[in-house]
Design a protein around this ligand. Structure first.
Ligand SMILES: *[C@@H]1O[C@H](CO)[C@@H](O)[C@H](O)[C@H]1NC(C)=O
Ligand SMILES: *[C@@H]1O[C@H](CO)[C@@H](O)[C@H](O)[C@H]1NC(C)=O
Ligand SMILES: *[C@@H]1O[C@H](CO)[C@@H](O)[C@H](O)[C@H]1NC(C)=O
Length: 530
């Protein structure tokens, strides 16, 4: 307050010092989720450690990438499965995506590969079996929990230890974000996830949107059946997903309104899309040499993400065929079997510096599975996309980018070699794609605070204030008929009907009186004339 009006640099320093001093160190519990989810959550955790907070990460001892070289206390618990089990189940899951795509809750529920989810759900049971660990957590008196809600465990931990929580997610499956945050999502223009609809839906799509919402209400709890059983067991009371999610203090959502469509939000939702974008670093020699050799045509970067390792052979050959028909050099991150028809402009690599390559001016296009990390790297660097979504939020991400003219979406199951070739030629040669993604890029980057700083601020806010109850809407305390004001509407309707009824009765009475008089007069008149 005292700083306003001062313009010399010295008071500015004082102000900065004051704001720094405000961030007193606290104690934070982190419950992460494995896989690509951890990539960005990790950057927030690292920054919180750097800022001097005492951070404890609780993770299963079997994992792909959790924990690695974090400079903080890491507590592991033993799991009921091995790394081989995890790999095998994930492979089965990824493999199934090449056969049929999940476009409804029903197909999600009926998926024959859902064992992977049950492995993740079982983590929490394992955590709470470790009595020493639970005792340690209880005695540590944390200020808050920072969690990825995917496997529910962080939500259960927050509730069990009665700690305020910060949820970190791209989105929440089913209707649990709307329910947990009490956020309205009108079905007329807010598409449900998995459908791949835009916000301008046809009548048929709006009908499908409603049915999807109904499916969520009817079927989602069955998808989370095992997770909820474990939660009820740990919390020793029957719990629903709503019970778990509605405990959340702050929602850190990895999206923004450059990627997503505008829609209603709540005051405890913070949008940190693009948190994974980094300043491009110089390229390793190997990749610089590929770019130098590509000449005036430049390069195309191709990656289906860290989670897809193998593509069915026929599909891989169709893709390789299309890649050979463009003049650009294609750098393809692929660890599966080398397609026999691979053209000489296509280079297979086991790994590539994706963000740095996308940041290079010679990069013409990005072929991606449209995972949110890749899409944001594309937005940040302004590279048009050819998108081949496979599962999760990817169909939706792709649709959003396509409707904004920043890329072309292909149905990976049905596309032919020509489709891919045409899509590539379109995004490379049609200037509008580049212009649109550059526009999105400048909109996305025009912001007062970097997403990483925003995320760190809100975690610290919850730690400082032991939650954010002032942001919690009173909607949580209402019954469903109160929320929709059905009782008020019913009451008012009753009043109006009663008034209408009484008025009608009075009029009818009055009318009858008048008529009666007239009638008698008439009658009297008649009898006189007789
Ligand atoms: C880890 O943190 C400690 C103190 O918090 C610091 O002294 C040390 O340099 C850090 N190590 C790394 C590898 O960052
Ligand atoms: C690529 O070209 C640039 C500019 O011509 C040059 O400075 C660089 O050394 C080249 N890199 C490689 C690996 O050939
Ligand atoms: C790639 O193959 C085509 C014919 O298939 C040939 O014309 C071209 O010279 C080859 N390029 C390189 C760099 O070997």
């Amino acid at each position: 307050m005292a700083c306003t009006g001062w313009t010399s640099p010295l008071p500015l320093c004082v102000c900065l010092l004051l704001t720094c001093g405000f961030a007193e160190a606290g104690k934070l519990l982190v419950v992460p989720m494995d896989g690509s989810h951890w990539f960005t959550m990790r950057s927030v955790v690292e920054k919180l450690i750097l800022r001097g907070h005492e951070v404890v990460v609780v993770m299963p001892e079997v994992s792909w990438q959790l924990g690695r070289s974090l400079n903080c206390t890491v507590k592991t618990y033993s799991t009921s499965y091995t790394l081989e089990d995890l790999d095998r189940e994930f492979k089965a899951f990824a493999h199934a995506q090449w056969k049929a795509q999940v476009r409804s809750i029903y197909s999600l529920l009926m998926g024959s590969y859902n064992d992977i989810f049950d492995l993740f759900f079982s983590n929490c049971r394992s955590l709470f079996k470790d009595k020493k660990l639970v005792e340690y957590l209880k005695e540590s008196s944390f200020d808050a929990v920072f969690l990825d809600p995917f496997d529910n465990c962080g939500l259960i931990v927050a509730k069990y230890f009665s700690l305020p929580s910060v949820v970190f997610a791209r989105g929440i499956l089913c209707h649990y974000l709307e329910e947990g945050a009490q956020c309205p999502a009108p079905l007329s223009y807010v598409p449900r996830i998995l459908l791949g609809f835009s916000d301008a839906m046809t009548f048929k799509e709006r009908v499908r949107n409603h049915i999807m919402h109904l499916e969520e209400h009817l079927l989602c709890h069955r998808f989370f059946k095992n997770a909820l059983e474990i939660a009820s067991e740990i919390l020793q009371t029957p719990v629903t997903e709503y019970d778990l999610y509605s405990h959340t203090s702050i929602w850190l959502l990895r999206t923004d309104f450059v990627l997503d469509y505008p829609k209603p939000v709540m005051p405890n939702m913070i949008f940190i899309g693009g948190i994974n974008c980094h300043q491009g670093k110089p390229l390793p020699m190997e990749f610089e040499a590929y770019i130098n050799a590509s000449g005036e045509h430049g390069i195309v970067v191709f990656s289906l993400g860290s989670m897809v390792s193998e593509i069915p052979e026929k599909k891989a050959m169709a893709i390789a065929d299309a890649l050979g028909k463009i003049p650009q050099t294609v750098l393809w991150r692929y660890t599966g079997t080398r397609p026999s028809n691979l053209a000489n402009n296509t280079i297979l690599v086991k790994w590539l510096p994706q963000n740095d390559l996308l940041g290079h001016p010679m990069t013409r296009a990005f072929i991606t599975h449209a995972g949110s990390h890749g899409v944001y790297e594309s937005i940040c660097n302004g590279v048009p996309m050819v998108m081949m979504p496979l599962f999760g939020d990817q169909m939706d991400n792709a649709k959003r980018m396509e409707t904004k003219g920043a890329g072309v979406t292909l149905n990976v199951l049905e596309m032919t070699s020509e489709d891919l070739e045409n899509a590539l030629k379109a995004v490379i040669n049609d200037k509008s794609y580049k212009e649109n993604i550059m526009r999105l890029s400048s909109l996305h980057k025009d912001r007062p605070v970097e997403p990483l700083d925003l995320a760190v601020f809100w975690v610290e806010f919850v730690m400082r204030h032991k939650g954010a109850p002032h942001l919690r809407p009173a909607a949580h305390d209402l019954t469903w008929y109160q929320y929709h004001s059905l009782d008020v509407i019913g009451f008012l309707l009753a009043v109006v009907l009663t008034v209408a009824f009484i008025t009608f009765k009075c009029c009818a009475y009055g009318y009858r009186k008048c008529l009666g008089k007239k009638g008698r007069v008439k009658k009297a008149h008649k009898s006189k004339t007789h």
